[in-house]
Ligand binder design. Structure first.
Ligand SMILES: NC(=O)c1ccc[n+]([C@@H]2O[C@H](COP(=O)([O-])OP(=O)(O)OC[C@H]3O[C@@H](n4cnc5c(N)ncnc54)[C@H](OP(=O)(O)O)[C@@H]3O)[C@@H](O)[C@H]2O)c1
Length: 302
């Protein structure tokens, strides 16, 4: 007899996230008791899947593809269905392989249960390169469509360059209107269910909202208890744009983050008082802010 469903995040949420039982999705997971709240994306194509509030990140430098694949399989067994990648991370191909394996093993019933996000790199942020770049990402991922495609950064760079950090000499201003129109074309073609942006300020997001025929549905930005994004959060809420927080733990131990969040004394006190880890406190805080989040660990214990 299946256990009664219980949510990983309790029901005191006041956010736009609504608790939805991921019924069929969980049926095939090894632990069928986990419910993950989900949010409906405003301008997504008809019939699209809501976004689970928690997703697993796949950015690492250097990327250990075997560790990533093992982590994704464990995450799927726990009930994760939302995965975040980008052409720049080099994780699209191994993620595609492990998702196909999960489907083969019956850990996921069908593609429709998954929510996969990828991102347009700056050197492809030119009107004529957007659709081909997404087709390449789909080929890497061995998928017919993405659930969400994001402009990675509000900046273009010289076509054909894939360095990070970007060489300053290669940077170019983005033609926002032309690039966004090409993103809309991606959704119209059915290559992605929804489109959005990443690392956009209120001003840049407002600019896109002014001319968009399909408004961006998500803005993925760094957000954690030490970087609260108060102004952007209000702006996004007022404009029906969902924030997805990246680096929710401050990207501890990476070459783009710091340990500041994970050694913060106030967070430590809260965690001790509540019998939780600092990581759990961070994720719970984000959930109560009404945002979705992608967090990365390739460590099974975490
Ligand atoms: N749109 C963008 O520009 C952008 C930028 C950065 C990231 N992202 C996305 O957001 C995802 C998450 O962000 P992030 O990877 O930068 O940072 P993060 O999730 O805040 O932190 C990841 C780091 O924290 C460690 N960690 C995880 N759980 C832990 C725990 N319970 N205790 C101690 N350490 C823990 C991980 O190491 P272990 O693996 O060893 O556990 C990893 O080094 C990325 O993977 C990527 O998909 C997007």
């Amino acid at each position: 007899m299946p256990k009664a469903p219980e949510t990983i995040l309790d029901s005191s949420c006041t956010s736009s996230a609504r608790a939805v039982e991921v019924g069929a999705a969980m049926e095939s997971a090894s632990d069928s008791s986990i419910r993950v709240p989900e949010v409906q994306l405003s301008s997504a194509a008809a019939g699209s899947r809501p976004m689970p509030v928690i997703g697993l990140g796949t950015a690492a430098d250097p990327l250990d593809a075997a560790a990533m694949k093992a982590a994704v399989l464990e995450a799927i067994k726990l009930g994760y269905r939302h995965f975040d990648t980008a052409s720049m991370y080099g994780s699209e191909e191994p993620l595609g392989e492990v998702l196909a394996e999960a489907l083969r093993l019956g850990l996921v019933g069908s593609r429709a249960e998954l929510f996969v996000t990828s991102k347009l790199w700056s050197s492809d942020a030119h009107a004529d390169r957007v659709v081909p770049a997404l087709r390449q990402s789909l080929s890497n991922l061995k998928l017919d469509y993405l659930d969400l495609y994001l402009i990675h950064w509000p900046i273009s760079c010289k076509p054909g360059t894939y360095a990070y950090p970007v060489d300053e000499a290669d940077l170019m201003p983005m033609d926002f209107e032309a690039v966004w129109e090409a993103m809309e074309e991606c959704q119209r073609l059915g290559l992605t269910k929804s489109i959005g942006v990443s690392n956009f300020s209120c001003k840049k997001l407002g600019n896109i909202l002014n001319f968009a025929k399909i408004p961006p549905t998500v803005n993925q930005v760094e957000m954690n208890p030490l970087w609260q994004q108060k102004k952007l959060k209000e702006f996004c809420k007022a404009n029906n744009v969902i924030i997805t927080a990246f680096s929710p733990l401050g990207a501890r131990g990476t070459n783009w983050g710091t340990n500041a969040v994970m050694v913060n004394e106030s967070l430590k006190e809260i965690a001790e008082a509540r019998g939780k880890s600092i990581a759990q406190v961070c994720l719970r805080w984000l959930y109560e802010q009404g945002v979705t989040f992608v967090v990365k660990s390739f460590n099974k214990e975490r």
